[in-house]
Design a protein around this ligand. Structure first.
Ligand code: C2E
Ligand code: MG
Ligand code: MG
Length: 713
């Protein structure tokens, strides 16, 4: 809307005088000029319209009765021009013409001046009308601005309220009303505080707000139906131009979505997604806090490390879903046995950690740990299966073991490994000697890895002899490690490390391939019946690709599978009977021979043997050592032999170191023997010379009864 330019001091107001009576025009013009106005004139309606358009007068003095376009018509046309809707138009008319006056107002006239015109009063009248019109213009302008502002505020997506000095809402925008479940009219008149639960209890005095200027805070607001939601409130005090306090404007934003997103981010950053427990980051933060507090209070803090003993096996054999559920169940049981002040976290994998503040004695902490161990005493029900697991636990104490968080962490980890190495399902406190041992183990493992890369492993072969013919029936493959750091290493020093680190799979595969290639060479040299016995670790058998690996090596090396024998220890076989029976069945189908190694050291139950499709059992060295003067060892061997015969299994005795042992074993009816007395484990080249030969030792041919008689003398 274009408004006429308001009169200023530098610019005189312009008055357009429109009259067909020339004399009156001149009179009016003179009088107005004398009163300080700029005057332009027009003699009829048409030229009046031109003059209005060209000069934008501030006021028009318009004769009502004119030839052609009369005053009413001219007035109507002026009003229709853009920007002249409110320009004051004073109509000149005779007082007696009431009907004309009525028409003039209808046409948009502002006021009228009666003819004959009182020239003295005219200037006052014109000035008055001009001033009044300016006020009207200003008012219209501010009303338009106000309207615009209201539209803007009403369409804002955040809530806005204005409450007066008493805290009563006098204005609310629709967003505010909607957010709280009301209509705008319903909010007006209510106390602002009643919509925020936090405000009710924590009312910030208005005086304080006046001082602060802006008060921004998060609050919990309540909707009409009682539902609470998080809100961000910003209040500012409002004052008039004389600085009188009028009330408070408060904006209110519903931050529910932001809170949800923040919580999600916090969860991701600080919590383990699988178990919902605090993660390593959160744990370290809490550990530092607890340690600082303990330092102030001169208190003790215990750090407990926990690692599941067979989690990898569960994962490998039952699948990751079951593994994940097991971890969740373990987390639940652990949480249930913690005190409120304890912090339980999952560090990753199957490792959990607990900080227990204020447990002064080793006994009280041991009690906590026993509680933890007890949660593993009954099985975890997962997907209809019962899964048994146990945990090894390491404990360290602040400030006894260390003052610093990361060292404590390492100590607890070390103690946990000690518990694992000493048989699992138990706990150990950290001690420096323990640490030393673990450090050595760590060094050995790294050496072992390097040894693999540097190809420091090689194989020895030890013959097995038939007791009746004295002929070599086969060889057992034994792994050796010529370490550049430790010298020649026997398997007892490194097999368990290979197993724990998972390296056993690749090493075992290498052993089998190398042995098969060697066997191929020997069987091609006419020794067609030679058996090659390879030791298989429990970890290897549990590997999902175990059978595949064996098949591919047989194909690759082109050996006859009936020449291959795999040795498994009793404990490996018994760990998962169902799986073992199935694996053994498949191996047998391929034609591979199977034997039970170190027989007698594990479950020692002769009964279970009939369930496994094995070909031979190898009696452990410990029974052989004293067989010639220990009656109970001899009796055990005798029983094993008789049972094996009934199952058509061959019996091998290991660790024969002298002729007495050899004689005893012969008499007890063993089929085969292996031992230093007959041949040491040796390189392939050395063994090649012995192939097809007899062991060359003399065996006394006495009956068993005779031998017993002789021994008891
Ligand atoms: P094992 O399978 O019972 O192997 C026989 C062990 O007895 C060998 O020890 C052998 O050197 C030793 N031995 C043989 N005759 C005598 C004797 O007359 N007296 C004494 N005192 N010992 C004798 P080694 O080579 O130290 O192997 C120890 C164990 O390490 C093996 O016991 C086997 O369980 C494991 N092992 C060896 N090589 C491998 C391998 O390639 N893979 C796996 N998984 N385990 C292996
Ligand atoms: Mg063996
Ligand atoms: Mg053995």
């Amino acid at each position: 809307m274009t408004e006429p330019t308001p009169a200023t001091e530098t610019r005189k107001p312009v008055v357009l005088v429109v009259d067909d009576d020339q004399l009156l025009r001149v009179m009016l013009q003179d009088a107005l000029k004398a009163a300080g106005f700029d005057v332009i004139v027009a003699a009829d309606g048409v030229s009046a319209l031109h003059a209005v358009a060209a000069s934008s007068p501030d006021l028009v003095l318009l004769d009502l009765v004119m030839p052609g376009k009369d005053g009413c018509e001219t007035c109507r046309d002026i009003r229709a021009l853009p920007g002249f809707a409110y320009t004051p138009v004073l109509m000149l008319t005779s007082l007696d013409n009431a009907d004309s006056i009525h028409r003039a107002f209808e046409a948009g006239a502002t006021d009228f001046i009666a003819k004959p015109v009182n020239l003295e009063l005219l200037a006052h009248r014109v000035r008055y009308v001009l001033r009044a019109s300016q006020n009207v213009n200003t008012l219209a302008e501010s009303r338009a601005r106000l309207e615009m502002l209201k539209v803007a505020v009403d369409s804002l997506p955040i809530g806005i309220t204005f409450s007066d000095v008493d805290g009563v809402i006098v204005y609310s925008n629709p967003a505010e009303a909607r957010m709280h479940g009301y209509e705008v009219d319903e909010l007006v008149g209510k106390e602002a505080r009643q919509f925020s639960t936090t405000n009710r209890s924590r009312h910030l005095a208005v005086d304080q707000l006046k001082e602060i200027g802006v008060w921004r805070r998060e609050s919990v607001n309540v909707r009409r139906d009682g539902e609470e939601f998080p809100a961000l409130l910003t209040s500012i005090p409002v004052r008039d131009c004389e600085a009188n306090y009028l009330g408070i404007i408060t904006t209110c934003e519903d931050i529910s979505e932001r809170k949800v997103a923040e919580e999600k981010i916090r969860q991701l950053a600080y919590y383990d997604t699988l178990t919902g427990l605090p993660n390593r980051g959160m744990f370290l933060e809490r550990l530092h806090q607890t340690l600082s507090q303990a330092q102030r209070d001169r208190d003790k803090v215990n750090l407990i490390f926990l690692d599941l003993d067979n989690f990898k096996d569960v994962n490998d054999t039952q699948g990751h879903d079951v593994g994940d559920k097991l971890l969740q169940s373990v987390a639940e049981r652990l949480s249930a046995c913690m005190r409120d002040s304890d912090v339980l976290a999952r560090l990753g994998g199957d490792e959990f950690v607990v900080v227990c503040p204020s447990l002064a004695t080793q006994d009280s902490i041991a009690a906590v740990v026993q509680r933890i161990l007890a949660i593993f005493s009954y099985p975890f029900e997962i997907e209809g299966r019962q899964i048994y697991t146990s945990a090894s636990i390491g404990i360290t104490v602040y400030p006894d073991d260390s003052l610093d968080a990361s060292t404590l962490f390492r100590c607890a980890d070390t103690a946990m490994y000690q518990a694992k190495n000493e048989g699992r399902a138990q706990f150990r406190f950290f001690s420096p000697e323990l640490n030393q041992k673990i450090m050595q183990r760590v060094a050995l493992e790294s050496s072992l890895r390097q040894g693999l890369e540097k190809q420091e492993f090689f194989l020895h072969y030890q013959p097995l002899w038939d007791l009746r013919s004295s002929r070599m029936t086969g060889v057992e493959v034994l792994l050796r490690w010529q370490s550049s750091d430790y010298g020649l290493m026997q398997p007892s020093t490194f097999i368990s490390l290979l197993e724990d680190s998972g390296l056993i799979n690749s090493v075992g595969e290498w052993v089998l391939r190398t042995a098969c290639l060697q066997m191929r060479e020997w069987t091609d040299l006419e020794h067609r019946d030679l058996k090659m016995a390879v030791n298989i670790s429990g970890k290897q058998m549990k590997h999902p690709r175990f059978l595949e690996m064996i098949i591919s090596i047989i194909q690759e090396t082109g050996i006859d599978p009936t020449n291959l024998e795999l040795e498994f220890t009793e404990s490996v076989i018994m760990e998962n009977v169902e799986n073992t029976v199935e694996t053994f069945r498949k191996l047998k189908e391929m034609g591979i021979q199977l034997s039970i190694d170190d027989f007698g050291t594990g479950y020692s139950s002769l009964n279970y043997l009939k369930h496994f499709p094995v070909d031979r059992i190898k009696i452990d060295r410990s029974f052989v050592a004293d067989v010639y003067h220990n009656q109970s060892d001899a009796a055990i061997i005798e029983a094993i032999v008789s049972m094996a015969q009934s199952l058509s299994l061959r019996v091998v005795a290991e660790g024969v170191e002298n002729s007495d042992q050899l004689h005893s074993l012969t008499r007890l009816g063993c089929d085969e023997v292996q031992g230093f007395y007959l041949a040491m484990p040796m390189h392939a080249d050395a063994l090649a010379d012995k192939l097809g030969q007899t062991h060359g030792r003399q065996i006394e041919k006495l009956a068993v009864t005779e031998w017993f008689d002789k021994r008891s003398v």
